[in-house]
Design a protein around this ligand. Structure first.
Ligand SMILES: [Zn+2]
Length: 304
């Protein structure tokens, strides 16, 4: 059988053979995980404090290439109480060397989500792969004038004079991250609504500051009926279950990031709630189990 794309009446550019969105419900809350694409990044960044041989063995065990591989970049749309909430915004066009990211707007359109319908944006933090989508050409003009952007006060403050002394990033990244965050503050400051420790954006949608990855890093916790789901942003990476003490190159305070990661994974393993995270393989919906001194990630079966 040949794949006859011409026989399908789809709009050019809107049909993709690999799925890029996944919908689920958490009680009365609608959740849509949308892929912004992938980031080709060095594997070493997953664990810059690990013995290189041990890290190489982990990559080999997971059938990942030794040098660089595609990190997922997941964004979430949440609908609750009449509000449409975009959690993070993907990469946009902030880093030309990562051309297979920045698909969010196209994929929202393909999902029938108009940018003008978004009432709130929640930022887990202000790294460029989380805010860049709002800086892409033509996006700002299409957002509603009363859009509210929720971010921890500590995060906005951090980017006024960010500390990069503990990170381990490839050349070019620190400058690009500084530049993007600065531009974001300039363009969106008037729409930003900061919170100290937590804020209920809509019924059952709570954004909570964790710190660690960045000082104002936050997670989004959904609860409705008996269902619960946490969007963990950059607290958990693919290595983080087996090796929660491995430092990610993007973490500005790696010791604290590891402490926060372990605390969250322990909690999720205890209460059985679902986890979604930015850089876990799409759509990343999973449960967490305890495995000896570490954890195990258990992907949820796709519900078609
Ligand atoms: Zn990230």
């Amino acid at each position: 059988m040949s794949l006859d794309i011409a026989s399908h009446p789809v709009r050019q550019g809107f049909d993709e053979l690999v799925p890029s969105r996944y919908a689920l419900r958490v009680g009365d809350i609608d959740v849509l995980v949308v892929s912004d694409g992938v980031l080709l990044l060095p594997g070493a960044m997953l664990a810059h404090n690990a013995d290189p041989a041990v890290r190489a063995a982990w990559l080999a065990d997971n059938f990942l290439p030794p040098d660089a591989f595609d990190w997922a970049l997941n964004v979430v749309v949440v609908r609750s109480g009449g509000r449409t909430i975009l959690v993070d915004a993907g990469m946009g066009a902030e880093f030309p060397d990562l051309p297979r990211s920045g698909r969010l707007v196209l994929r929202l359109e393909a999902a029938g989500i108009d940018l003008a319908s978004v009432t709130d944006v929640v930022l887990t933090h202000m790294h460029m792969d989380h805010v860049g989508g709002l800086l892409a050409d033509g996006v700002r003009e299409r957002l509603r004038p009363d859009l509210r952007i929720h971010v921890a006060a500590a995060e906005a403050k951090f980017w006024e004079a960010p500390d990069f002394s503990r990170v381990s990033m490839p050349p070019g990244f620190p400058d690009a991250l500084r530049r993007t965050a600065k531009r974001f503050l300039q363009e969106y400051q008037s729409r930003m609504r900061t919170f100290e420790t937590e804020y209920e954006v809509a019924p059952g949608v709570l954004v909570t500051r964790t710190g660690g990855h960045t000082p104002g890093h936050s997670v989004v916790r959904l609860a409705s009926g008996g269902d619960r789901l946490t969007f963990a942003g950059d607290l958990v990476f693919q290595v983080g279950f087996e090796h929660p003490d491995w430092y990610n190159g993007f973490e500005h305070d790696p010791e604290e990031a590891a402490r926060v990661r372990v605390r969250l994974l322990r909690e999720l393993a205890t209460n059985s709630e679902m986890l979604v995270a930015t850089h876990l393989p799409f759509p990343s919906v999973c449960h967490v189990a305890v495995a000896g001194n570490a954890f195990r990630w258990v992907p949820v079966n796709w519900d078609y």
